[in-house]
Design a protein around this ligand. Structure first.
Ligand SMILES: CC(C)(COP(=O)(O)OP(=O)(O)OC[C@H]1O[C@@H](n2cnc3c(N)ncnc32)[C@H](O)[C@@H]1OP(=O)(O)O)[C@@H](O)C(=O)NCCC(=O)NCCS
Length: 360
């Protein structure tokens, strides 16, 4: 076998390998959305393994992001996606060689590290490819239609009609999210935050204040945010349609929340991909807007990924979320020796969200 950067002509084989591997089709536009926008990048992002007949047998891709680790200048990180080997040639070292080759090329190009959520299929490859654990992102869940969830679980459809129970539960769970009528310190009427849906023409006008918001984050550690990221990741996304809510006051954008809902999914849950909110009040306003919209679309529950013990964990619990089954390990392959591990492993401060990967 040999390893080389992917070419345009590989696309049909990549899509076929994806379907064979993950059991669901991947549309060409979705693959192009993910990788082609970044193709202008001087570093090859998608690598393939081919056999002696030039048949495609492996695929490994990544999207470059800036990562800021404290006050130092940002570094380039790769967020890795879609690692797969043709089932007929697994356990022969294809993936190990493919990934080593890609990482070596990225290291030579000055990339500092690779971030990803390697799954249980990796087995001993975690150590072999140097995927070091940073921390876990855990699922949190809040029922929106508890009566319907119970009806599904117990297979008693009748229970699903007891919508009054759901209404009561939501009123109680939403109560901590309601804005205060007056400011606690001054007694004046509290400033109101307007929450807008970002997927409209007005979004362009927001770019400047989103960039300012991004600049305001520069002291933090984490992956780059801001309008370019939000536009590509959520508003232009091909595999899924996202809603982007922005909380605004007179000065501009205060925070945002991106979510999606797929009614056809076997578990029709709203999924929160990413939230940025400097205060509880901004978070609550955004969450309430998202939950209200999800309920209108008949979502049974809402799920979000968060680091246990973090501010987001606390905020979600206040809003009726609880730990749910499942979590992802965020891992990092260092491509240089001087990475500040104390920053990378600082699970409470490193801003990494489920939306940075393709699990939400
Ligand atoms: C995960 C995946 C990409 C690994 O691909 P692969 O080409 O089989 O990986 P490798 O051959 O390099 O290594 C896999 C195993 O084979 C073993 N192996 C490698 N070369 C070998 C050889 N010549 N002889 C015997 N065993 C070998 C490795 O030690 C490893 O074993 P272990 O993890 O059980 O200890 C593949 O299983 C896959 O496509 N899975 C489905 C998609 C997926 O889950 N992708 C990952 C997340 S996106």
């Amino acid at each position: 076998m040999s390893v080389r950067p992917a070419r345009a002509a590989d696309l049909p084989s990549i899509l076929a390998l994806h379907e064979q591997t993950f059991g669901r089709p991947l549309h060409e536009t979705a693959w192009r959305w993910k990788f082609a926008r970044h193709a202008a990048h001087s570093i090859p992002l998608v690598w393939v393994a081919v056999d002696a007949q030039e048949r495609l047998i492996g695929h490994y891709g990544a999207v470059p992001r800036e990562i800021r680790l404290g006050k130092d200048s940002p570094l380039t990180a790769m967020t890795a996606f879609d690692g797969m080997t043709d089932a007929r040639v697994r356990r022969q070292g294809v993936y190990t060689r493919l990934v080593r080759h890609a990482h070596e090329a990225w290291r030579e190009a000055g990339v500092a590290c690779v971030l990803g959520l390697p799954n249980e299929q990796y087995g001993s490859r975690l150590q072999a490819l140097d995927w070091r654990l940073l921390f876990s992102l855990r699922w949190f869940l809040r029922p929106l239609r508890p009566e319907a969830l119970l009806a599904r679980k117990l297979r008693v459809p009748f229970l699903g009609r007891l919508t009054a129970i759901g209404g009561l539960w939501n009123r109680l769970a939403d109560r901590p999210l309601m804005p205060p009528v007056s400011d606690q310190a001054t007694g004046e009427p509290a400033a109101t935050l307007a929450v807008h849906s970002g997927a409209d023409a007005a979004f362009e006008a927001l770019a400047e204040s989103l960039n300012a918001l991004d600049r305001g984050l520069l002291d933090h550690s984490g992956l780059d945010r801001g309008s370019a990221w939000l536009t590509w990741r959520y508003l232009e996304s091909r595999p899924h349609r996202y809603q982007l809510h922005t909380a605004r006051n007179e000065q501009g954008v205060e925070g945002y929340l991106a979510w999606r809902f797929d009614r056809e999914s076997p578990a029709p849950f709203g999924l929160i991909a990413e939230t940025h909110a400097p205060t509880d009040a901004v978070h609550d306003a955004l969450l309430l807007a998202a939950i209200t919209a999800m309920r209108k679309q008949d979502a049974l529950a809402v799920a979000a990924l968060a680091v246990p013990g973090s501010v987001t964990d606390r905020r979600l619990r206040r809003a009726g979320f609880r730990f749910s089954w499942g979590s992802f390990d965020v891992r990092c392959v260092p491509l240089r020796d001087d990475l500040p591990w104390n920053r990378l492993q600082d699970r409470l401060r490193l801003a990494i969200a489920g939306g940075d990967f393709d699990v939400v």
